[in-house]
Write a new protein. Structure first.
Length: 81
């Protein structure tokens, strides 16, 4: 984990913020560069999933969403690891 965080800090995606009262407590915050990447990824994913939903017949979309919600709830109840 530390190596991954170090790489993100080095590449200016996140910044470390150390708690002055407890130096063991460190927060990570996205930098401006990190926020721009975050927004770009969200935009691409939103567009992609919009295209996916458009390929599902309109009268079936609610059923698909309800089925996915059931699947997510079942997965969350049954932790595998």
């Amino acid at each position: 984990m530390s190596r991954t965080v170090n790489n993100l800090v080095t590449d200016d995606w996140v910044e470390r913020i150390t708690d002055p009262e407890n130096r063991r407590y460190v927060q990570l915050r996205l930098t401006k560069k990190g926020w721009i990447l975050h927004e770009n990824i969200n935009s691409v994913l939103h567009s992609y999933f919009g295209s996916v939903m458009n390929d599902i017949p309109e009268n079936k979309r609610t059923q698909v969403v309800e089925s996915l919600e059931l699947l997510i709830n079942a997965i969350n109840k049954n932790n595998c690891c």
